[in-house]
Write a protein that binds this ligand. Structure first.
Ligand code: F0G
Length: 458
């Protein structure tokens, strides 16, 4: 039986959840056009749509809300965040933002010009979109193992350093205003990046004077993998590893909704004074004054406290352990998932789960719908609905390599019993997988299909 360390907290506030009947779920899902985004939260039993903004805050964070100083300028909570950033990340300057993508928007509008290139291991969707919005090219340079759902490489989030060198050679350093590393690599399955890779990437960049920014959303989870898997780090504390990681970076974007354990908040941090000054101008235009950036003083306080809590080793052991526990329970019964599991989510491999459903019939979407019908579980498709596109020349559909269903675990929200329930539902579905049908669109929007499309079973 897979093992899990007990929750390193006890529960003081509860939020009731309710399992509807199968007949109710059939009606609810049909009314939602078989698109899980249209199902009301109250009709979901276990919500694994995202780990973003869904954390349970601690008693200290809730107490921090009462310490909110709602002055427009230089409230005390600004200094709580400033101190945490300077202690943990070591950056001299920062601006708060309402969430991660706002930090990205300010950063790229500040440093990227039309025609520039921004390499990364893999850009998250909003990061890519914000680069493209200012005319830049977002380039993903993930190592090949990162795209292979069966590869057991310990750091499947690593950047391919040779391809980075080639890019610099091909387009010239003057066309690369910065490079990024996403820790962990969400789009690639929540896979970690090693410190050796951060070093190697930084080496190449330094030779050409290119700054390195880290998308730090899930940096604490990444740290736990470094501690477990990378030689020389077993005895280092998460804080020590954090300091080492960010000593190689020139700045970072952060969605506090992940590893700062808050429901809203983010920031952009950097050392460079010039970038900071220009970012401040855009921040005032888009987010708010430079000391609150779209957040209330209380939100800043909760984020400062959450930044520290996420570095607690017992918290990380349990957090990453939960994901592994769910993955192990599924693997034990042969359910195909992306291996090894990452830090925040288990990804079902829908192509191997439902080999009888061709990609044109959206196996990932079918699995998402079936998880809801069977057990009131909400997951998200990361496959053809999200990424398939028509070839401009031939008009033929191009399907993505990976057809995944993400089960993202909110932080400190669900217990082992909930995970067992989820595992049982999936194992049961897997044993009856031949009975699942493909899907087709009844409404197919032109952009960002997954949010508003409608479907039916074939
Ligand atoms: N970078 C990464 C790696 C992310 O996963 C996200 C958000 C963002 C940036 C943007 O942050 O949402 O605060 O604006 N990921 C969420 C998810 C939405 O469900 O994976 P944000």
């Amino acid at each position: 039986m897979p093992h899990m360390v007990p929750e390193p907290y006890r529960i003081k506030v509860v939020e009731p959840i309710h399992l509807t009947t199968f007949a109710e779920r059939e009606a609810i899902l049909a009314a939602a056009g078989y698109n899980i985004f249209f199902v009301r939260s109250k009709d979901v039993y276990i919500d694994l749509l995202t780990d973003s903004g869904t954390s349970a805050m601690s008693d200290s964070q809730w107490a921090g809300l009462m310490m909110g100083d709602e002055a427009y300028a230089f409230c005390r909570n600004y200094y709580s965040v400033k101190d945490a950033i300077s202690d943990i990340f070591g950056f001299r300057n920062f601006v708060p933002t309402h969430q991660g993508r706002a930090a990205e928007k300010v950063l790229f509008a500040t440093v990227v010009k039309s025609g520039d290139y921004v390499p990364s291991n893999t850009h998250f969707d909003t990061t890519r979109a914000n680069i493209e919005a200012v005319g830049g090219h977002a380039v993903d340079l993930l190592i090949a193992e990162g795209l292979d759902p069966t590869s057991h490489h310990p750091f499947k989030g690593n950047m391919d350093v040779e391809r980075l060198k080639d890019l610099v050679q091909d387009v010239g350093a003057s066309k690369i205003p910065l490079a990024m590393l996403t820790l962990t690599n969400n789009s690639g399955g929540g896979q970690p990046v090693s410190l050796a890779n951060i070093h190697a990437v930084k080496d190449v960049l330094s030779q050409h004077g290119i700054p390195l920014f880290i998308d730090a959303c899930r940096y604490a989870e990444n740290i736990y993998f470094i501690k477990q898997r990378e030689e020389g780090y077993t005895d280092k504390s998460p804080l020590e590893i954090a300091r080492e990681i960010f000593s190689h970076a020139d700045g970072c974007t952060m969605s506090g909704k992940k590893d700062a354990l808050v429901n809203i908040g983010g920031f952009l941090a950097m050392n460079d004074e010039g970038i900071y000054q220009r970012a401040c101008q855009l921040l005032i235009l888009w987010e708010g004054f430079v000391t609150y950036g779209g957040l209330a003083g209380r939100d800043l306080e909760a984020m400062a406290r959450g930044l520290w809590e996420a570095l607690d080793e017992r918290y990380l052991e349990h957090r990453v352990g939960q994901v592994k526990y769910l993955a192990d329970r599924l693997l034990e019964r042969g359910v195909p998932i992306v291996e090894p599991p990452g830090g925040h989510a288990v990804y079902l491999d829908a192509r191997r789960f439902l080999p009888h459903i061709p990609q044109a019939q959206l196996p990932g979407q079918s699995l998402v719908a079936s998880l809801y019908l069977k057990g009131g579980i909400r997951a998200v498709e990361i496959g053809s609905v999200m990424f398939a596109h028509k070839d401009e020349k031939t008009g033929e559909w191009q399907y993505p390599e990976l057809e995944l269903v993400r089960l993202a675990l909110p932080r400190r929200v669900y217990t082992q019993t909930h995970l067992d329930y989820v595992a049982d539902v999936i194992i049961e579905l897997y044993s009856k997988r031949e009975q699942l049908h493909g899907m087709r669109y009844t409404y197919e929007p032109p952009f960002l299909r997954h949010f508003t499309a409608r479907f039916e079973f074939v």
